[in-house]
Every structure is written in C-alpha cells, then in structure tokens.
Design a protein around this ligand. Structure first.
Ligand SMILES: NC(=O)c1ccc[n+]([C@@H]2O[C@H](COP(=O)([O-])OP(=O)(O)OC[C@H]3O[C@@H](n4cnc5c(N)ncnc54)[C@H](OP(=O)(O)O)[C@@H]3O)[C@@H](O)[C@H]2O)c1
Length: 301
C-alpha cells in the first residue's frame, strides 16, 4: 500500500507534540517540521520543504500564539498568522493537496453572548492575535477550496508552555493567585485536537467529499477561568504540598494585558455530523494530561 505523506508544521508546539504522541496510522509517513526546520514566514523555505517532502496533505499547527506579544509585535503576528497561512494555501492550491489549519475562538468578540458560536457566525476579534488569525482564515478560504479550518479553544496539555503547565508552575511558586471570573472558556485537551486532526486527515485521504470548510472543537462544559484553575489545582493536589489561595479578579484588574473575549465557547455539532468527532469533557483530558506529566516526572526522578 502506498504511504500517505503528511507534513506537520509547528511540530514542537503543544498540539503537534500531542499528535506525535498518538498512535498514527501505519501507512502515514509523517514529515514533522519545527520552527527551525521550517519557518512558515520564510516562503522560500516553505516551498523548498514542500518540494523535498512532497506531501499529500499539510497540517499547519504553527502560529504566533502569545496573545499579549501579538499586541506589541504586529508585524510578527501578521507574518505568522496571516501571510504564512495565505502562502501555504497558495502552495497547496498549486499542488492540489488539502490544507488543515488551526484557528481560534478568539476570532469572536464574546460580547453580550451566552450561547456557543456557530462556524458561520460573524467574526469580530478584540485583539491583534484574533485579528491576525481571522485574516489567516480568510486568506485560506479565498485561495484554496480544499481546506479544513479547525477552530479550537483554550488548549491545555502536558507539553510545552500552556494553561496547565503555567498553572502547575504558579502553584509551586506563588502563595496567592488572582484569576478572572469574567472570561468564560471551553478548555480543550491538545490530545483531543490531535485525535481530531488524525481522523480528519484519514477521512480526507480516503477521498471524502463534503469534508472541507470551517469546523469547531472544544471541551465541555464551559467554565470561567477561575473554575478551570481550581480544577487544575485539584487535579495536581495529590502530587504537591502547595496550595496557593485563589482570589477572584476581573479582567479590568489586569490593564496591561490584551483584551480577551468575555465568552469564548464554540458550537461543535458540525464536526460531529461530518466527521463523527464528539466533544469530550475537559476533566477527562485534564486527568490524561496529568498522567502524562506525572509519568514524565517519575521517569526523570
Ligand atoms: N493554545 C491555545 O490555547 C489555542 C487556542 C485556540 C487556538 N489555538 C491555535 O492552535 C494552533 C496550535 O496552537 P498550540 O497551542 O499548539 O501553540 P504552541 O504550543 O504555541 O505552538 C505553536 C508552534 O508554532 C511555532 N511557530 C511560531 N512561529 C513559527 C514560524 N514562523 N514558523 C514555524 N513555526 C512557528 C512555535 O515555535 P516557537 O515556540 O519556536 O516559536 C510553536 O512550536 C495555533 O494555530 C493556535 O493559534 C491555540
């Protein structure tokens, strides 16, 4: 059987690391390229990498994801989150291969909202990260019909720097944590995103029609940031003697930070109907991530 050549960009990010930790189909040949091996803002490097690897499909997880840094470095945010996906879409279009690209709930403003966003709802970001990701989405839509844009939300995992690993570090080093209650999110395990990417890729590679377009995936249920922080603290409690006090705060208590949508929850029926991918309770993903983290610690000790 001919192998399927799947090119993974942003290979050292948390979603890609989660994907690489999964059992991938045996007929995949995975070409995993981190930032150093393929800088997506270097269009010539991207073209050469594609020419060398000859992918049947590209998964792009690379992005500038540091929301506050995007506010102070617009040029880099635009280069990584808009120009780079636009170029990838053009290259995929020329080669007639599918492109799977990750995007974010931060394309929505969350203002006066308490019901999950559908895929076709109007985008209206409140910060530069969301703006640049929205522009990246639009460029892909206009350039290449064979795309999947998968919007995800508040991703956590055992890998790299993210909501969970930052929280564990804060627990170890702080006596008090101020966490906002006025941002509702739908935490999503990177492992769930990874499994969805594998299933979407497999389905597209088997020639499914109607599998292209924009999709949503996030965990359940929606919670505020403080509630999620408390859950992370509870999950970590058996492994530490530390338990800082959590103090409720409001976004306005952190004036130096980029604006965030007060409600960032995605409606996920389309990915279930088209791909058979179901939302998972984030508590299960949290337990799974904690197991991976603690297993890693035992191996180091
Ligand atoms: N994290 C979240 O909560 C969240 C929420 C919604 C959507 N998303 C989206 O999901 C996707 C994956 O996110 P993630 O959480 O896995 O992010 P991540 O852990 O920050 O990984 C992103 C990766 O992209 C790499 N990268 C940055 N600029 C690059 C460039 N110019 N060329 C090549 N690689 C580059 C980074 O490398 P360096 O570290 O070396 O820069 C990093 O390894 C992104 O599209 C993000 O926008 C994330």
């Amino acid at each position: 059987m001919a192998s399927k050549r799947i090119m993974l960009l942003g290979a050292n990010g948390q979603v890609s690391q989660a994907l690489r930790a999964e059992p991938i189909p045996t007929d995949w040949q995975l070409g995993a390229y981190g930032h150093a091996e393929c800088d997506i803002t270097d269009h010539r490097m991207v073209q050469e990498t594609i020419q060398n690897f000859k992918p049947d499909l590209i998964i792009n997880t690379a992005a500038m994801t540091a929301v506050d840094k995007c506010e102070t470095d617009h040029a880099q945010a635009i280069a990584a989150n808009f120009n780079a996906p636009a170029n990838l879409a053009a290259q995929c279009s020329t080669l007639d291969i599918p492109l799977i690209h990750l995007s974010t709930d931060y394309v929505f403003d969350g203002a006066d909202r308490n019901t999950p966003y559908a895929t076709e709802d109007m985008m209206h970001p409140v910060n530069m990260y969301g703006d640049s990701k929205m522009m990246g989405e639009e460029a892909i839509r206009h350039t290449h019909p064979f795309h999947v844009i998968l919007r995800i939300s508040s991703v956590f995992s055992a890998y790299g720097t993210n909501l969970l690993t930052k929280m564990l570090q804060a627990i170890e080093t702080k006596d008090e944590l101020k966490i906002v209650t006025d941002q509702i999110c739908a935490p999503t395990a990177a492992q769930d995103v990874a499994r969805a990417l594998i299933k979407i890729t497999e389905t597209l590679m088997h020639g499914k029609s109607g599998g292209y377009g924009t999709f949503h995936l996030c965990g359940t249920p929606a919670v505020n940031r403080l509630e999620f922080s408390q859950a992370m603290m509870d999950a970590y409690a058996p492994f530490t003697a530390k338990r800082p006090q959590i103090l409720p705060a409001l976004s306005s208590d952190f004036p130096g930070f980029a604006a965030r949508p007060p409600y960032a929850v995605l409606e996920c029926s389309k990915i279930r109907d088209v791909y058979g991918i179901n939302q998972r309770p984030w508590r299960e993903g949290l337990d799974e991530a904690m197991q991976i983290l603690m297993q890693g610690r035992r191996q180091v000790a």
